[in-house]
Design a protein around this ligand. Sequence first.
Ligand code: FE2
Length: 367
Amino acid sequence: MLIKSIKSLNNGLNIFWSDSSSSCYPWLWLRDHSQSQGDLHPDSKQRQIDVFSNPPSNSVNKVSLDKDSKHVFIKWTDKTESSLSFELLQSNAEPSLPQSNALNSSSFWNSSVEITSFPEMSYEEVMGNKGLKTWLTHIQRVGFVIVTKTPATPEATKELMERMAYIRNSIFGGFSVWDNKLESPDDTAFTSLAIEPHTDGTYVHDAPGLQTLHCIRRDSIGGENQLIDGLAIAEKMRHEHPDAFNILCNVNIPGRYIKPNTYLEAHRPLFRINNNGEVIQVSFNNHDRAPFRLENNQMNKFYNAYKIFHNLANDPSRQMEFMLEPGKVLTFDNWRLLHARSSLTGYRQLCGGYHNREDFESKLRSI
Ligand SMILES: [Fe+2]
């Protein structure tokens, strides 16, 4: 689409596009979005113009288009000038509410056999030139990636994680090394017990975006890991159980984490959706769910909806099971996939940590 012509109107500037459609941008919006050097910092891309402290009169002297139709220039009667690029105007041609990024619903999987092109790559590849993009794309597509032939050391694992972005700090520290023999574990993750399907951090306002796990020593039986696509469950419930889906989009379930001198609590619906109704985050941890009580009728409906989700997540046919081993580094999208673990006997040492969701999205945008 190209700009065919422009026309000044009382309430704004009308742009006629090459496909015969048109968009009318209010004068104040055009001034507020000016990209000229004084209005938008050329390096930081931060807005410098303030249309609120001294509201401009918005009376226009002249509007013009450069010869390639790549920029619109507006001279105001107060002698200031605005400049707006074709890209900015085109990407805002249709008015719409701003949306949070939706999860990639084109490739959700209901069972491991639906995962086309298994997301596995070698350490050498991911640490090489174009490897990071492949690593990120795997996560965006199916929610996880496995990196093989990684040196079974905390240092190599940390280096791999930092290839993407800095490691996030949390109640458990930043990059961590732990085993299943802690004297007083403050989370089931640090024991040999089975853990039901869940997402991490239902008790923090901003749940970790990605989680990375590497089992660097294993002398144990059991302890298989399972991954479940929460997005696939969301889409199944949206179509087959729409009332239950809506309840899980609307009840802000409290999650909590308690230990001496610490009491974390946050609230989030199981399915967080954007204004288009697309799923942007799945949060579920039955172990960490804090007490709450709705009206009896609503509570029953909630329990019914939660049970549908719980039972789908615990259905073995939905679970992709595998064993974490020295050399195999798993990273998964904690806003989309649930993870679980079978109980084990023996000794395991693991290392890993979290990344923020926005850093993952940032790399995907910029790489
Ligand atoms: Fe976990």
